[in-house]
Design a protein around this ligand. Sequence first.
Ligand SMILES: [Zn+2]
Length: 390
Amino acid sequence: MDRYGKLLTSTIISLLLLNSGCGANKNEEVFNQKTCEYETKITKSTPEVLSTTYDKCVMDSPKAEAKQELEEFKGNLQHIFFHPLIIYPKMAFDGDYLSQGYDDWFVTVSEFKKILDNLYAKNFILVDIRDTYDVFEIDGKRIIKMKKLMVPKGKKPLIISIDDMNYYQYMIDNGNAHKLIIDADGAIKTYSTNEKKEKIISDDNDIVPILDKFVEQNPDFSLNGAKGIIALTGYEGVLGYRTNDVKSDNLNSERTEAERLIEKLKENGWSFASHGYGHLDTNEISFKRLEKDTLRWKNEVEPLIGPTPVYIYPFGSTVNYNDTKFKFLMDNGFDVFCGVGPETITEYKKDCILTDRRPIDGYSFHNNSKNLVDLFDCDQILDKFRPKSN
Ligand SMILES: [Zn+2]
């Protein structure tokens, strides 16, 4: 349990995987980057390997395919995370009971853009978490191994995730977007309302459209078109669509719209993770409650996003590898377990990966700025609209 478990209140903040049935006998499936297809080879050697790279070639731009010298990355793979961005700081920092939470756990649009510029200048390159490890199956047992990560010379791989991109009602009321939408030209944008209640559609107001645009302009910021991981709960639907409200007349249209959007996000290099259904504290709750919560997520959210091997602990509240809850989550298809910590420390167990992600938020800006210098300079990015109380 880290500071997230203690300080976040539930009111405030609240992959395609890899085929889990992988490893056909004596077949080796290899993903061919050029043709975007799996090649199945009969091999005599074991173990069988299922490549964790998939249908991402569609977004490889000609610029990104330019021949670059690759080298194996041997350093510490960084993983940072955000929440949806504050578009309207005056709504977030209006002095109500959520203002402190917004100051602590959120980043504004202007801060995010400066962070991106810093990361790019420091030679980071986005990678897909699914490209960082291999899954084997030997005698019916899943085996996970770190993969040799090849990146353009001089680049440092980086994984980004966004937690709670559900656009909960409290977010809509406090200056975040209402939802993501696809515009007539097929671009993903945000729909929001500003302080004057004017409706705003923009490609410049949250992480997804901003990063999509940034990578389009700077293809060398992304390896094979990778973007980030979107971690979703289910209790208020997903991505601003109320797919949870089974009694609503709009349920079918909300689900259809969400599915269309999810398809587009995947095409653009985004992937998804489970963040639990009800944003419950995985470590604190009983086994029965975790079971119920996980199955509800699998029934309501997984059909929309597809299976994912990534589990992002709500509140960063982890459980031990030997815990029966952990085994239960693994049995439900999760291979990668993400907590929160000041450093990205990744542990490769024989059958799963445990990793900590670094929080990028106001709390870190105010209390941990020295620890962020490898990523960006806090003094340079801090939004003038943030309360000065800290
Ligand atoms: Zn969360």
